[in-house]
Design a protein around this ligand. Structure first.
Ligand code: NAD
Length: 497
């Protein structure tokens, strides 16, 4: 449900394409956030007590409602982010896939399972289960305002938690609609998903509200601030931050397929994708041929706000300056612009930019650009490509294009990345069973897959004593001789191997 308590102020959301206001939303302050968390807590126990199959059915009803409103939801996403309607619809489709997977798999992933006991606890029956945490706070970004938060929201709900969602102040309407659809589809558990809207201060209030975990998606700088706020209450924290994803292209790769995927991975959503393509390392033999194919394809694309535009405006106006700084800086440091250049930034759009020969210490290679810009640098061989790809302070996604899937997988296994696609880009994002997340400046923790369900659960270990042990080692009454026998037995067993 949406927080309907009177709020002190409202804020406006503007269309990134035209700058005109599209909606107003209340600014939730600490009191409104606190009320939302309390209300969520009051309904969570009833949700957690349901058999897993009932929770699954409720979540599938919500999924059905989302599917029924696909066009309306995509419409709000497109209006708030500026992305083309087709891209917004694809975002909803991917979200539905994830919600369905989380709903259908939570029961088996989290249910109690027996584990072996070891020799000294043979008299015990040991098991492990995953209990809900309680109330999960989710702070979302604007670039995929439905898909990205759902990686936490859907999985946390499926694991038996309540959720308070703070969407980005650029895209609050998507979050509001998500909670409204939940209430309409699952009225008997109204309040289980609440959306609180507002700027950074609302997120800060959520981080300090005493939620049982906070799942954050956004930039590494903000992650640090939110983590600090969480530290005060030892609130567990999960950080999904940015990336500087690399693609490696080997000499025997299908260059047409690679170019096609690279162009999409770098330019779709105006490059505003955490796991989008930003760096390409192509072995020298095929570097020129790959660049030619990429430039040919990227050069045919014009950003715009028509329904058939390949990508739209930059959603966050401040990002335009970052993109311009990276492109200008790279060229000043000796990079060659094969397509576009500093002049490609014409607010609110950025035309495709393809750079080569970019020094590895240029901001365009070290910082997240988050725009439709790619650097394609030549490397001597695969070893150099791997070393350069791994030299980043980010480690989120990556891709390898290679003549053989098996050889590509061997290269992929050497990459410091939370997820790697071989012979595609972002292939992992459409597979709900695969966990997603990074390390280094890309954050920590995982969403999606069984790891994602467990990220919003607490492991509970249990032993049930089946019979009295022959040697009661955990009793003051155990005779010294029996204890010594046990030690002798352990020593002889563990010395063998
Ligand atoms: P951001 O860090 O500016 O904001 C993210 C969210 O944090 C927003 O809701 C914002 O209101 C909130 N926030 C800001 N300051 C806060 C504070 N002090 N306390 C609490 N909340 C606060 O990021 P953004 O610009 O919205 O999103 C873009 C970034 O997100 C990029 O770096 C992108 O790579 C990353 N991202 C990562 C993933 C992933 O899954 N790894 C997915 C999408 C986006």
């Amino acid at each position: 449900m949406t927080d309907t308590a009177p709020a002190a102020a409202v804020f406006a959301v503007h269309s990134p394409a035209t700058g005109t206001p599209v909606a107003e939303h209340p600014v939730a302050g600490p009191q409104e956030v606190s009320r939302a968390v309390e209300r969520a807590r009051s309904v969570q126990a009833g949700w957690a007590a349901l058999p897993a199959a009932r929770r699954r059915d409720h979540l599938l009803r919500w999924k059905k409602a989302l599917a029924g409103e696909l066009d309306a939801v995509a419409g709000v996403i497109a209006e708030e982010t500026g992305k083309p309607a087709g891209d917004a619809a694809l975002e909803v489709v991917l979200t539905l896939e994830h919600l369905a997977w989380a709903a259908r798999n939570a029961g088996s992933a989290l249910r109690r399972r027996r584990v072996g006991t070891g020799l000294f606890a043979l008299h015990q029956r040991a098991s492990l289960t995953y209990r809900p945490l309680g109330v999960v706070g989710v702070i979302g970004p604007w670039n995929y305002p439905l898909y990205t938060p759902m990686g936490s929201v859907g999985y946390a709900l499926a694991a038996g938690n309540a959720v308070v969602l703070k969407p980005s102040e650029l895209t609050p309407g998507t979050g509001v609609l998500l909670a409204r659809l939940f209430d309409a589809a699952v009225p008997e558990h109204s309040g289980l998903l609440t959306t609180v809207t507002g700027p950074a201060s609302t997120g800060d209030a959520l981080a300090r509200s005493g939620v049982d975990k906070l799942a954050f998606t956004g930039s590494p700088g903000t992650a640090r601030a939110v983590m600090e706020a969480c530290a005060r209450t030892l609130t567990p924290f999960l950080a999904e931050c940015g990336g500087k994803d690399a693609v490696i292209v080997t000499a025997d790769a299908d260059l047409d397929a690679a170019a096609d995927a690279i162009v999409w991975g770098a330019l779709s959503n105006a490059g505003q994708t955490c796991a989008g393509v930003e760096r390409v390392y192509a072995v020298r033999e095929i570097h020129a041929a790959l660049c030619e194919r990429v430039v040919e394809r990227a050069g045919a694309l014009r950003p715009g706000s028509e329904t058939d535009s390949p990508y739209g405006p930059m959603t966050l106006p401040a990002q335009l300056a970052v993109v311009e700084r990276h492109v200008t800086g790279a060229v000043a440091q000796g990079a060659r612009a094969l397509l576009g250049g500093p002049g490609s930034v014409r607010a609110p759009y950025v035309s495709p930019v393809v750079l080569t020969g970019v020094p590895e210490d240029a901001a365009a290679m070290t910082e997240e650009t988050f725009g439709p810009v790619m650097a394609i640098n030549p490397v001597a061989d695969v070893d150099e490509a791997v070393a350069r790809a791994n030299a980043s302070r980010y480690a989120l996604g990556a891709a390898v294009f290679c003549g053989s899937g098996r050889a590509g997988a061997a290269i992929a296994a050497r990459l410091h990345a939370g997820a790697v696609s071989v012979n595609s880009v972002l292939g992992f994002a459409a597979v709900p069973a695969l966990p997603f997340g990074g390390s280094r400046e890309s954050g920590f923790g995982r969403i999606h897959g069984e790891e994602g369900l467990r990220a919003f659960s607490s492991a509970q270990s249990m032993t049930v004593q089946r019979f009295a042990p022959p040697i009661a080692l955990t009793s003051f009454t155990v005779p010294a001789a029996a204890r010594e026998r046990a030690v002798r037995l352990a020593r002889s067993l563990h010395r063998r191997r």
